[in-house]
Design a protein around this ligand. Structure first.
Ligand code: SAH
Ligand code: SF4
Ligand code: F3S
Length: 473
């Protein structure tokens, strides 16, 4: 039998990255091999995102590019999955006539059946069923990665929070948590295949297990912390309303939990937070930040902001700016508000002009730049344990008159800052061995989005993984 190939395009958040891996595993089980070339693909899948209008446009513009391929190769199967698929359903078949399959966010398990059906009958299928209690979502039992140091593990799916701007609860369905035993099993398997760091994923990890009466998120962290061979644990996203003391303490008690929290606030104005249905106030958020910093002084804090939410006045926006000045985040993501057809805020009055939104975004980003640089600069001179992720760049041997090219490595601090460095004893051929190692690195320079360091000697696998140490060479 001839080889069959699939091409997979992933747009969107880490959840989609994780789901795409699940999709790829199922397609491999059907006998398809993954390819990076659209030209030789027999099956093209795009895993889509609809969080903002731009993400949705990205999906449709990719699909548009496939028209030419389908004419050249009428047997080509094209499938659309993920959040746009869930949102638009059969409308996609009408809008893009050469699409064969639309599968929603709860249909990944059924993908092999759907593809087989299309292969045999050349029919068009839409499967976007979204049930209140979907089958316990689970990874394929033997998830193995080739050489990745760090990977995502979805611990819960869906969302019950219904922030008024957000499409996620409408396209991902109700919140459901995976059983801790399954999560641990998956992580142990990943560690066996060389993974050193996991990022646990959920839209609101703080409510993990509550609905199902499983363990709390802090308890899950402590169980994951005990997995031998795993070096680092990260997680995202935390919702300020459910962010409790047990989780604050978890940073202290679990040595593998990294010194970084992503805690989206969205706005510094209580009036806007109320309209967003975020269920916390600025004061409550600040109180949690104070507690976090008291308990873990070196912790890096990042956040998300939306500017130009309907009804956001100049005064509301200035409250957001004041909050940024007060908290001094290590970094932040900021977005202009985007109307989503299924989210309630689409009906809200007093929409802000596009131009005004963009201007506010630029002002906000400019302000934050100073703090990001300041936080990076503060690390210069310190020694940071870096988890090496891989080679970032090879430098040609010529100017250095070496037989081997000089290799530039990259990794991250516990606080999630990228550090690049040279390590002359580790030529490229040793990449597999060096990636995944913990290396103590003296930070020499700070840039806008990364740091430059110099290794000062390897550290044992489990000792001193967190935080900063002062340099005493
Ligand atoms: N569950 C996470 C966020 C998931 S979406 C949480 O509650 O924080 C990631 C970010 O996208 C959000 O934090 C928000 O800042 C942004 N976002 C979501 N919907 C948006 C919209 N309609 N317009 C602009 N930004 C949006
Ligand atoms: Fe969207 Fe709010 Fe759920 Fe986050 S918590 S996914 S912003 S509805
Ligand atoms: Fe993620 Fe985008 Fe869906 S952010 S949950 S892929 S809408």
């Amino acid at each position: 039998m001839l080889n069959k190939y699939f091409y997979l395009n992933t747009i969107g958040c880490q959840m989609n990255v994780y789901d795409s891996e699940q999709i790829a595993a199922r397609l491999a089980a059907l006998g398809y091999q993954q390819t990076g070339s659209l030209e030789i693909a027999d099956l093209v899948i795009v895993n889509t995102c609809t969080i903002r209008a731009k993400a949705e446009q990205k999906a449709f513009s990719f699909l548009g590019r496939l028209a030419r391929l389908k004419i050249k190769k009428p047997g080509l199967i094209i499938g659309v999955g993920g959040c746009v698929a869930q949102q638009e359903g059969d409308k996609i078949l009408r809008r893009v006539p050469y699409i064969d399959l639309v599968f929603g966010t709860q249909a990944i398990d059924r993908l092999p059946l759907l593809i087989r059906k299309i292969e045999n009958k050349r029919c068009r299928i839409v499967d976007v069923a979204l049930t209140e209690k979907p089958r316990q979502p689970d990874a394929l039992p033997d998830r193995r990665l080739d050489g990745s140091v760090s990977t995502f593990v979805t611990i819960m799916r869906g969302c019950d929070n219904f922030c008024t701007y957000c499409v996620v609860p409408h396209v991902r369905g109700r919140e459901i948590s995976r059983h801790p035993d399954r999560i641990l099993e998956e992580i142990r398997g990943l560690v066996q295949s060389g993974v050193k760091e996991v990022t646990l994923l959920g839209q609101n990890v703080n409510s993990y297990g509550k609905k199902e009466g499983l363990c709390s998120f802090a308890e899950l962290l402590s169980r994951v912390n005990s997995i031998e061979g795993l070096l680092r644990i990260r997680f995202t996203t935390s919702h300020p309303k459910d962010f409790g003391n047990d989780l604050i303490n978890a940073f202290k008690t679990n040595e593998k939990v990294c010194d970084h929290i992503h805690l989206p606030i969205q706005s510094g104005s209580d009036r806007i937070l109320k309209r967003m249905n975020r269920k916390y106030t600025k004061a409550l958020y600040l109180d949690k930040i104070t507690k976090l910093r008291d308990t873990c002084p070196g912790i890096a804090i990042t956040s998300d902001f939306i500017v130009g939410f309907p009804g956001e006045t100049e005064a509301d926006f200035n409250r957001t700016m004041d909050l940024i000045k007060l908290v001094q985040f290590d970094g932040l993501f900021a977005f202009v508000y985007s109307d989503r057809p299924k989210a309630p805020a689409v009906q809200f009055k007093n929409k802000i002009l596009e131009e005004e939104k963009r201007e506010r975004l630029q002002i906000l980003l400019k302000l934050q730049e100073n703090f990001t640089r300041m936080k990076n600069q503060a690390l210069v001179g310190s020694v940071q344990p870096i988890l090496v992720e891989g080679i970032s760049k090879k430098q040609s041997s010529g100017s250095f008159n070496r037989s081997q090219p000089i290799v530039q490595w990259t990794g991250r601090t516990s606080t999630n800052k990228i550090v690049n460095f040279y390590h002359n004893d580790t030529p490229q051929s040793d990449a597999d061995i060096f990636a995944g190692k913990m290396v103590r690195t003296k930070i020499e320079k700070a840039y806008a989005h990364s740091l430059w360091g110099k290794p000062v000697g390897a550290k044992s696998a489990t000792g001193g993984l967190k935080g900063e140490e002062s340099y005493a060479a």
